[in-house]
Each structure stands twice: as structure tokens, then as C-alpha cells.
Design a protein around this ligand. Structure first.
Ligand code: BES
Ligand code: MN
Ligand code: ZN
Length: 505
């Protein structure tokens, strides 16, 4: 799908659908009506006076031109509510709902009129280019569909070929917002595609291939370690989890050096369990299919590498992905096993379904070799995190308040929001082992926290943040600009975080 900027007006833009945003305030709604009435023969005033359209958030009216000079088939008018209460997320969502309406009407081109900036700028504390980025993202992210396995053309409703953001005067800022949105959205699509792909398509070898291809295309280095090299490095955690699978593991190392003169270097780590059956501590059948998305952290990391490289951000970034299935084969690791990790620390396996933290132990140990400025890991780590926060917040844990504050800020801006949970030392006793350095479960309570405490043992003294995306990465149903299934969460958050890092140079 193409995302472009165009200079134009309601009457000059050619598109199947034009989306026009309007506030609900009486005076502003009236102004919208006056503007549209000219090209729609008074229809908008008519529907407003009939009480059929009020401009409330996500409220929609589809209007058809009758003998007017419009080059578009229809105008989709969408409300964004009261001006006093406007924020970026309301705009994203309204644009999303209108875009899906246009898609359902089989539009191939959708043009969105950029709203009057003078009415936004005192209410939304963001730059013009970021507002443009948010509008474009609201549309493109909403139009995603995982339809590559559908053979019935009618059911493939991804008909939209182009989304155009237009405004009367040329605007460098809006153009820039559209450029960034295009890269970010295509990275989010990439992450969603990887997550939604079934486990018979995406397994360690093919996940690594996807990273290699992206690196080749967009200019970052990718090195893939196979089983013999993983053995040589002594990654007993990754090998232990892998032992029940017929498919060998991979350890994916990605590097992007956008600022060679700087000594700062960030390492991002993603959990890459391409299918989590639970292993010998087998999961119940119901819902097990969702565990094809247990590599959503890995997907976010690979897609973020892609976006950061395409944006040519002046930061140094390493992406690490330990990848394996978690299967209950005859040679599978078992409860009671003790594994020796890359760092030398030992793990008592209490439950083979707490496998994510085990493979992350190796990756976090490996991360230290880069002497990182900070380590950020993303993982669909615990059901307990979903119980605590549901689908609307990523659980955040860490050892560095400043770093967490920066991630929180990026989360609020992108609306990939995070919520901090404690990592107090009292929780340590829950993962004490009698026979190894640490145990991989912490009992019934505070499951998301004990998982984070486990990871903390493997990050050394480096600033570190752990993001538990178990709830936010895989959605139970469709939301405004998020489809059911893989959400691609983490990509927009991390890109925003690294853009802020770049600006501080
Ligand atoms: N991948 C799961 C966590 C998960 C659950 C992600 C639901 C998304 C939705 C993880 O590997 C797991 O199985 N965790 C266990 C840990 C337990 C055995 C200590 C869990 O949360 O039940
Ligand atoms: Mn598991
Ligand atoms: Zn898992």
C-alpha cells in the first residue's frame, strides 16, 4: 500500500473516498457543513439539522456528490468530538474507523483532508509533522488484514492501494510526517505478519531468514547462529528449551550503527518462541493456537531494526533474538532439570512452560558483551501480566527509573502505553532454588513480577527495562486501528524512543 502526500482541495483530489474530519462544537460543525455543502449541494446541513450527524468521536456519515465538481466518488465525514477534549488518539481512532468504512466500500484510493492546524495546535502539544504521522498511521494501521492464506478473492478485502494525506498548501512538515508514517506502518505490518504467520511457516530458521532479508534490503547487519554455534557459546537455556523440538534453534544477531562516533549503544532483545506448547508441562488445548504468536517480542525487535535503519536514525542499535519452539518431544527438557546458561548461572526448571525467561537468560547474558547503554527486552512472557493489565497496557519492569520514564513518555505519545510494576527485593525469595542459582517459576502470585525478577538476575549492572507484552501483542478482537491477532506492539514505541534518543545528540 502506498502512503503519499498531495497538495490539493476537495474538488481537485481524485480518490474513491475522501475522508473529512470535523469537530462536534456547534460553530465548528457549522463551518464544516458550509464548506462541504458547496460541493455536496447542501447535504451536510441537511443531515445535521435532521439530527443525524453530530460530529461525535468516530461518528460517520457517507455522502455522495450529485452533479457537483467533485472528483471523488464519496466523502466520508467523521467526527472527532469537542475541540476542548481533542487528543491524538481520538484522531487516530476516528481516521481508522472512517478508513475501514472506505475499505468496506471497496475504495482503492483513500484521500484524507488534513484538518485545520490552527484548531489543533493549542490543544495537542505535538509538532505538525507528528500530527500528520498520527493521522496517516491511524488510517494505514486500520487497513491491515492477514489474508495471505485466503484463496477466495472476494474475502480478501485489502483493496486499498493508496492512502493520500492532502492539504491546500504544500507542507514540508506534513510530508515529513507521511514519510515517517510510511516506514513505521510498514514495519508494524511486518511485525504483524510475522506474528500472525502460523508456526508451520514461521519457525526459528524462517524467522531468521525474515531478519536476514530485511537486513539485506534496508541496510543492517544480520548474523544467524545455528545449533553448533549456540552449543559452542554454552547457551544451555536456549538449548534446553529447544530439546523437545524437531526444529533446531537459531540465535539472531542484528546490528545497525547509525552513529559510529558515539559510544552509546542500545540492545533490544525479543522473545522468539515460534510456538509454545508448554513442553512437558503441556498447555491445555483451548487457546493453544495463539501460541504461534509467542514470538511477538522477536517480531517487534526485527521490525524495529528495519524501521530504525530505514529512518537512518543516528543511534547504534543491536537486536538479539533467541528463537526456538517449546515442544514436548521425547528428548524434551523436563521439570527438575537444571540448565547452565551463557553467563554460567544455573536454572532449576520447575515448569517447562516458563520457557521464555530461560531463553531470554541466555540472550540477556549475551547482550552484556556489547557494554550496552541500556538493554530493553520485549516478551509475551506471562499470562499473569494479562490478568493484571488486560489488553491495554504493556507491563514494564526495570532497574533504571530514568530509562523507564523515557519509555513511558514514548508510550503515551504513541499510545502504546506501558505501566510499571514493582521489582522489590522481597519478591526474590519466590524464585529461590535449593539446587540451582534460580528457579524458573515463582508460585501463584505476582507471576509477571517474579518472571521479571528472574530476568533481572541475567542483566548484570546494566540499565535494563523489561516489557511484558503478553496482553498487548495478541488481541482477542479487532480494535479501531488494531486487527484481531498480532498487533505489532512495541514497534511504534521503540521507534519513538530511538527518535528521541537521536534528537538529543
Ligand atoms: N507464552 C506464555 C505466556 C502467555 C500466556 C502469553 C498467555 C500470552 C498469552 C509463557 O511462556 C507461559 O506459558 N507462561 C506461564 C508461566 C508459568 C508456567 C509460570 C504462564 O503465564 O502461565
Ligand atoms: Mn510457556
Ligand atoms: Zn511462552
Amino acid at each position: 500500500m502506498k502512503l503519499t502526500f498531495s497538495k490539493g482541495t476537495l474538488t481537485t483530489i481524485k480518490a474513491d473516498s475522501i475522508i473529512v474530519l470535523t469537530f462536534s462544537d456547534e460553530k465548528l460543525l457549522k463551518e464544516t457543513a458550509q464548506k462541504l455543502d458547496k460541493v455536496l449541494n447542501g447535504q451536510v446541513s441537511t443531515i445535521i439539522s435532521a439530527g443525524d450527524f453530530k460530529g461525535k468521536e468516530k461518528e460517520i456519515a457517507v455522502l455522495y456528490p450529485s452533479n457537483s465538481n467533485l472528483k471523488a466518488k464519496r466523502i466520508i465525514l467523521v467526527g472527532i468530538g469537542e475541540r476542548d477534549k481533542i487528543n491524538l488518539e481520538k484522531i487516530r481512532r476516528s481516521v481508522a474507523v472512517a478508513s475501514k468504512k472506505a475499505q468496506s466500500l471497496k475504495s482503492e484510493t483513500i484521500a484524507i483532508e488534513f484538518p485545520d492546524y490552527s484548531l489543533l495546535k493549542d490543544k495537542i502539544n505535538e509538532t505538525l509533522d507528528y500530527i500528520a504521522q498520527a493521522i496517516a498511521e491511524g488510517s494505514v494501521l486500520a487497513l491491515y488484514k492477514f489474508d495471505k492464506y485466503l484463496t477466495d478473492e472476494e474475502r480478501k478485502n485489502r483493496k486499498v492501494k493508496e492512502v493520500i494525506l492532502f492539504v491546500e498548501k504544500d507542507s514540508k512538515e506534513i510530508k515529513e510526517g507521511v514519510r515517517v508514517a510510511d516506514i513505521v506502518c510498514s514495519a508494524v505490518y511486518f511485525a504483524r505478519d510475522l506474528a500472525n504467520a502460523p508456526a508451520n511457516e514461521i519457525y526459528p530458521e524462517t524467522l531468521a531468514k525474515a531478519a536476514v532479508n530485511s537486513g539485506k534490503k534496508y541496510g543492517f547487519k544480520v548474523k544467524v547462529l545455528g545449533k553448533p554455534e549456540i552449543e559452542k557459546l554454552g547457551m544451555g537455556g536456549l538449548l534446553g528449551v529447544n530439546s523437545g523440538s524437531a526444529k533446531p534453534p537459531r540465535f539472531i544477531i542484528m546490528e545497525y550503527n547509525g552513529n559510529p562516533r558515539s559510544k552509546e549503544r542500545y540492545v533490544i532483545v525479543g522473545k522468539g518462541i515460534t510456538f509454545d506448547s508448554g513442553g512437558i508441562s503441556l498447555k491445555p488445548a483451548q487457546g493453544m493456537d495463539e501460541m504461534k504468536m509467542d514470538m511477538s517480542g522477536a517480531a517487534a525487535v526485527i521490525a524495529t531494526m528495519e524501521a530504525v535503519a530505514r529512518l537512518e536514525l543516528p543511534v547504534n542499535l543491536v537486536g538479539l533474538v533467541p528463537a526456538t519452539e517449546n515442544m514436548p518431544g521425547g528428548s524434551a527438557y523436563k521439570p527438575g532439570d537444571i540448565l547452565k546458561t551463557y553467563s554460567g548461572k544455573t536454572i532449576e526448571v520447575d515448569n517447562t512452560d516458563a520457557e521464555g525467561r530461560i531463553i531470554l537468560a541466555d540472550a540477556l547474558g549475551y547482550a552484556q558483551k556489547y557494554n550496552p547503554t541500556a538493554i530493553i527486552d520485549l516478551a509475551t512472557l506471562t499470562g499473569a501480566c494479562v490478568v493484571a493489565l488486560g489488553y491495554f497496557a504493556t507491563g514494564m519492569f526495570g532497574n533504571d527509573e530514568k530509562l523507564m520514564e523515557e519509555i513511558k513518555k514514548a508510550g503515551e505519545k504513541t499510545y502504546e502505553r506501558v505501566w510499571q510494576l514493582p521489582t522489590w527485593e522481597e519478591y526474590d525469595q519466590l524464585i529461590k532454588s535449593d539446587v540451582a542459582d534460580v528457579k524458573n517459576t515463582g508460585g501463584r502470585w505476582a507471576g509477571a513480577i517474579t518472571a521479571a525478577k528472574f530476568l533481572e538476575k541475567f542483566v548484570g549492572n546494566y540499565p535494563w527495562v523489561h516489557l511484558d507484552i503478553a496482553g498487548t501483542a495478541m488481541l482477542d478482537k479487532e480494535y479501531d486501528y488494531q486487527p484481531k491477532g498480532g498487533s505489532g506492539v512495541g514497534v511504534r514505541l521503540l521507534v519513538e524512543f530511538f527518535r528521541n534518543k537521536a534528537q538529543k545528540k
